[in-house]
Design a protein around this ligand. Structure first.
Ligand SMILES: [Fe+2]
Length: 138
């Protein structure tokens, strides 16, 4: 699984979202490192917990921005976030029950999902925000 590196094409043009995406990428890379380096569960469990709570914080933050700006695709975008949250939570539960494969699956799944989601769904939101007359509510 390759480490994700931030690239300019990931930018959605809204500072708050970009910096949160960078932080998410950092946590994904931390998870990768802990899976490679640590033979024990605890570091993986701890990074997993941080990654998941940061993901949820980030989604809440994006959704708040959508509501503040009356984003027309809000529901559709929120459904994508909710679905991801459920999938991630179920992988975390499997890990907690001793399924060690789930952490690697989660890493692969989340990296692919994040890049895809940023490039498609979040970019659309960023464009809409930037095109709003009267400035952004950020
Ligand atoms: Fe999003």
């Amino acid at each position: 699984m390759p480490t994700i590196t931030w690239q300019e094409m990931f930018s959605v043009g809204v500072e708050r979202i970009d910096s949160q995406h960078k932080e998410l990428i950092r946590w994904i890379n931390e998870l990768e490192k802990s899976l490679k380096a640590e033979p024990t569960d605890e570091p993986v469990r701890s990074v997993l917990t941080s990654l998941i709570s940061y993901t949820e914080y980030h989604f809440d933050s994006e959704e708040e921005l959508m509501r503040l700006n009356d984003y027309p695709q809000y529901i559709r975008h929120k459904v994508a976030h909710d679905k991801l949250k459920l999938q991630v939570r179920s992988m975390q539960a499997r890990f907690a029950k001793g399924d060690r494969v789930s952490a690697n699956e989660l890493l692969a799944f989340l990296s692919d999902w994040l890049v895809e989601h940023i490039l498609s769904t979040d970019t659309l939101f960023g464009e809409k925000l930037r095109s709003r007359s009267g400035g952004l509510a950020t």
